[in-house]
Design a binder for this molecule. Structure first.
Ligand code: ZN
Ligand code: ZN
Length: 525
């Protein structure tokens, strides 16, 4: 059987996408430093999950932000940011090495896809030249989301939230153990690496075999097994996440963290330097396939259709040659598909929000609420298999009024995130007496967060009103752009657009996850 051959992305396409981001100099430097940090953390996770395309995109974007954009910011020379910028610059050689290591893997996979397509066309041509030509024009539109392009084993969050929660618990615990536990005596570096990066698929299967009582889980398992059989049999390209452990070079550690300090990757001396220079003298102009910015893609329709072509009826074509790269027992991991799209067509990854997290936060906020004072908390969590899981509300030091709430010790909060390896995925705050809406000040605060991460959400709790809560994001466009260019700092001021923000809860990209563990951490002093 011919099977499906999903189209991966090539280096040029990923590089063009990496350049496609907006650098707004009116957003405070502290947010851009956080953005850079977030990009690098995300890249590291995708890289460990062997999602090469998305890791490459984020590293390219990081390199462009740090090397080209940040120096243009009006606060770039301020003494208070000097150390932060210097620390980011120190990571660049390691990032360039990681890009260099990823590039041949992405290229090999794309080339294999092209060869497979060629063979398939040749085979089809023997039967029907015309049909083959028609197929070639419509079957493989350009992929646009490197996180899932070319991957046939993607899962929809909506149908799999129970399993997603199980997966998240196991993976969060595994990462915690890996982060906290020093290397054991007698465990080699290689073995330790295997332990650290192994096993999302293994965890998935283990979770299913221990508890597969519900019908949903059985169904998902059947789907996953069917996907795997297709991978084993009919595919002759390797999607991201196929773990061919024996043949694949060990991934580079991009930014291993230790305490609150960056630790920079050691440079592999045995690797030839392609430009005949020392690593110290290399600079950003040598990022592989660095291309000038391109206009935003107009791919909305295609994005909505997804990157994986729909199933097609089986055709009588001659058998394909044996698989080239996929080792027969290499189990694929899986990737969550994006669950919603921005107004500009960009995919939004799913955000899983633990049920009950809001009520728990309200308990901490209650003394303030009684005195008609707002309370705010940061929604923190992590990235697993292309989905975002909120696992903590961190309440930083703050000063508040009846209509505002401002954090006062960002360094302590960032230090905590660094130590716990947390990503900031949004924020939550109370309106003690007002209704549930985004005030002008809320919109400006959230704009910075949404610049940092497009999936970032704002939860507003209005315990005395109905509705008593909402999950929001700015529209993009026009909301994000309108707020970003607004210079008005007043508490309540109008913006030029009507539809400045929108609901983000399902059918948006946020799903309430029943049974998802969470905690509230109060950093207030
Ligand atoms: Zn508010
Ligand atoms: Zn404004």
């Amino acid at each position: 059987m011919a099977g499906q051959i999903a189209r991966p992305m090539n280096i040029k396409e990923i590089a063009a996408k990496a350049q496609d981001f907006e650098f707004n100099q009116f957003i405070a430097m502290k947010y851009w430093l956080r953005t850079a940090d977030t990009l690098l953390r995300e890249a590291h996770i995708y890289e460990q999950e062997e999602n090469d395309q998305q890791a490459y995109l984020l590293l390219m974007r990081y390199a462009a932000l740090v090397a080209e954009k940040l120096p243009l910011h009006p606060s770039a020379k301020d003494p208070e940011y000097r150390k932060g910028i210097k620390d980011l610059n120190k990571t660049l050689p390691g990032v360039l090495d990681a890009l260099t290591a990823l590039k041949p893997r992405i290229t090999a996979r794309y080339d294999a896809w092209e060869r497979a397509l060629e063979r398939r066309r040749d085979a089809s041509m023997a039967l029907s030249y015309e049909r083959s030509r028609a197929e070639s024009q419509t079957e493989f539109p350009a992929a646009s989301d490197p996180a899932v392009a070319g991957n046939t084993t993607t899962l929809a969050a909506a149908e799999n939230s129970e399993l997603a929660v199980k997966l998240a618990h196991k993976e969060i615990r595994r990462r915690d153990a890996a982060r906290r536990g020093p290397r054991q005596v007698g465990v080699s570096e290689e073995e330790e690496h295997e332990r650290r990066t192994a096993g999302i698929w293994d965890d998935w299967e283990a979770a299913l075999s221990k508890d597969s009582s519900t019908q949903d889980e059985d169904e998902v398992r059947r789907n996953m097994e069917a996907s795997r059989r297709r991978m084993d049999g009919a595919h002759d390209i390797v999607p991201d996440g196929v773990r061919s452990r024996n043949t694949r070079p060990r991934p580079l550690p991009i930014v291993p963290r230790s305490g609150t300090q960056y630790r920079y990757p050691s440079i592999n001396r045995s690797q030839p330097y392609s430009y005949g220079e020392t690593p110290e003298s290399r600079n950003i102009s040598q990022v592989p396939e660095y291309t000038p910015p391109t206009p935003p893609p107009k791919e909305r329709f295609q994005d909505q259709m997804g990157d994986v072509p729909p199933p097609r009826p089986e055709k009588a074509v001659p058998a394909l040659p044996p698989a080239e790269a996929a080792s027969p027992k290499a189990p694929p991991t899986f990737t969550f598909r994006p669950s919603a799209y921005l107004e500009n067509g960009e995919p939004l990854r799913t955000v899983f929000l633990p049920q009950g997290i809001r009520q728990e936060f309200l308990k901490y906020a209650e003394p303030n609420t009684r005195r008609n004072l707002e309370t705010c908390g940061m929604l923190c969590g992590t990235l697993i298999s292309n989905a975002l899981f909120i696992s903590q509300v961190v309440i930083p030091d703050q000063k508040s009024t009846s209509d505002t709430c401002e954090t006062t010790d960002d360094a302590a909060f960032f230090g905590y995130c660094e130590k716990e390896d947390l990503l900031q995925l949004g924020w939550i705050h109370t309106h003690p007496t007002q209704s549930c809406f985004m005030s002008s000040v809320d919109l400006h605060t959230h704009c910075a967060y949404q610049m940092m991460m497009k999936e970032s959400i704002a939860i507003v709790c209005a315990p005395s009103k109905n509705p008593s809560w909402g999950v929001f994001r700015l529209t993009d466009p026009p909301g994000k752009q309108a707020v970003a260019k607004c210079r008005n700092t007043g508490l309540f001021h109008p913006h030029s657009e009507d539809n400045i923000y929108t609901d983000a809860l399902k059918p948006g990209h946020v799903f309430e996850a029943d049974g998802m563990e969470f905690s509230v951490v109060d950093l207030r002093t």
